[in-house]
Design a protein around this ligand. Structure first.
Ligand code: GLU
Length: 470
């Protein structure tokens, strides 16, 4: 049998395309990717699409889109298991030839009866090896017209043990395992078998995956050994719980990673956030992708479950937004505004508004919300008008508008004009600034009012104030 002898670290991400790439899958992908990158190895993408009922091309695309958005680039693949059927059949043939697998003709009814009897005897139900060849053993007569399944000859003695890189040593007695079906009656290989052949052929050195696969590992190791393959190292990642300590739900995390894009998260922030779900580097909370690759190893992964924390994700996202350039933010927010049929083209400079608002928001959608008012007609709520746009304020704003018509449109002069109006009308800053905010953007709170005025521009400011001052 062939065997790709690996010389460097090779990891893989092997999603089943039965849904989108969610937070758990993305974290598995991230850790597998980062481990390969840290060691200068290769990261393989493999699509495990043998479940024909549940796999869809849309899910494949959603996974590829999610990986692309997070910029988790692969060196090889995507390989599709459905395109490797001949190879699995070939290996099954070799196992049969070597007596490491056998045909089992037991009918489903017969197996049900067998399990019933085992239960009645108080035993754990398991295949009893009735079709497994052994020296001196007489097998039942092959029934006519029955397509057999193929079963792997699991070792009957001893145990399988591995030093899980996250969970520590795990040992399972072979007596616990029966002879796994590796091919169905129609000859199609089963899930665990495809994984084994793939990990072998693809020279995978480190299998990093969710701990829902721990139970598959001893079976996979036994088959790998039977094939004479090098057994990879395993790192089983603990699950991610929701904010509430329960299983991840749609409200947090169990949604597609691309939903985070739609909701206004930056991929860098999501990567930074995911990295800390079960892995740590001292007390570091904020780090770049490069630092993560530099620091990442399997030694600092916690075996306990990680808990999703939306507040922390929002905090990190806000931080990454604040650190982004105004131009990059403007490009993103411009497309968010376009989706709302808002065109920032012939309005105030979006770059300038990014600079004004970026340290006040947690998401790009909040940023779009904040600046949208600069480009659309604003209709301040009546209660805000009643509360803030008082007669005294109006008198001051009228004078202010006079000044606005002729002064140089820069923060310094705008600020001086506001102070002048305050002084001559005996008002305090909020008594002028808040009515201005309400009339200009419909909100009593904004960044500093002179900066808002400057960004909005003279014509737009006058057009928004004048109707309320008559
Ligand atoms: N296809 C499996 C899944 O999506 C992963 C198998 C593996 O990593 O070995 O859960």
């Amino acid at each position: 049998m062939t065997s790709a002898k690996p010389s460097t670290i090779r990891t893989r991400f092997a999603p089943s395309p039965t849904g989108y790439l969610h937070i758990g899958g993305a974290r598995t992908a991230l850790f597998s990717w980062a481990f390969a990158r840290h060691h200068g190895g290769q990261f393989v993408l493999r699509i495990e699409d043998t479940d024909l009922e549940r796999s869809t091309p849309e899910a494949v695309q959603a996974i590829l889109d999610g990986m692309a958005w997070l910029d988790l680039d692969h060196d090889e693949g995507p390989f599709y298991q459905m395109q490797r059927m001949d190879r699995y059949r070939e290996v099954i043939g070799e196992l049969l030839d070597k007596g490491l697998a056998y045909k089992c003709y037991a009918s489903p009814e017969e197996l049900d009866a067998m399990r019933e009897e085992q239960r009645a005897r108080g035993e754990k139900p398991r295949y009893d090896g009735r079709w497994r060849p052994a020296p001196g053993k007489t097998l039942p007569d092959v029934p006519a017209g029955v397509d057999p399944v193929i079963r792997f000859c699991n070792p009957t003695e001893g145990s399988v043990a591995w030093d899980d890189l996250v969970k520590g040593r795990i040992e399972i007695s072979n007596a616990e395992m029966d002879d796994l079906i590796i091919a169905r009656p129609d000859g199609t290989p089963t899930y665990n078998f495809c994984v084994v052949v793939d990990d072998w052929d693809m020279g995978i050195t480190h299998v990093i995956r969710g701990d829902d696969h721990v139970n598959n590992t001893p079976r996979q190791i036994n088959i790998l050994r039977a094939l004479g393959a090098e057994v990879p190292q395993y790192a089983h990642l603990s699950m991610i719980l929701g904010d509430d300590g329960q299983k991840l739900s749609k409200r947090h995390g169990a949604v597609s990673v691309t939903q985070y894009h739609d909701d206004g998260y930056l991929p860098e922030a999501v990567i930074n956030y995911l990295a800390r779900l079960g892995w740590s580097h001292g007390d570091d909370e904020v780090f770049s992708r490069e630092q993560f690759i530099d620091w990442f190893d399997l030694t600092n992964i916690t075996p306990s479950a990680a808990q999703f924390n939306t507040e922390k994700l929002n905090w990190l996202n806000g931080l990454y937004i604040k650190q982004s350039s105004d131009a990059a933010l403007a490009a993103d927010v411009s497309s968010r505004l376009a989706r709302r049929q808002v065109n920032p083209e012939d309005g105030p400079s979006l770059d300038a508004l990014m600079g004004l608002y970026k340290d006040r928001v947690a998401t790009l959608n909040e940023l779009a919300d904040a600046v949208e008012a600069f480009y659309v007609d604003v209709h301040p709520a009546q209660d805000l008008l009643d509360k803030h746009v008082t007669d005294e304020a109006r008198a001051a704003l009228r004078d202010l508008c006079e000044a606005f018509r002729s002064i140089e449109w820069v923060k310094e002069s705008l600020s001086a004009a506001i102070k002048e109006a305050m002084k001559s009308h005996g008002l305090k800053m909020p008594q002028v600034a808040i009515p201005l905010r309400v009339l200009l953007v419909g909100q009593p709170q904004t960044p500093s009012i002179d900066a808002v005025l400057e960004a909005m521009g003279r014509d737009r400011v006058l057009a928004r104030l004048t109707p309320y001052l008559a």
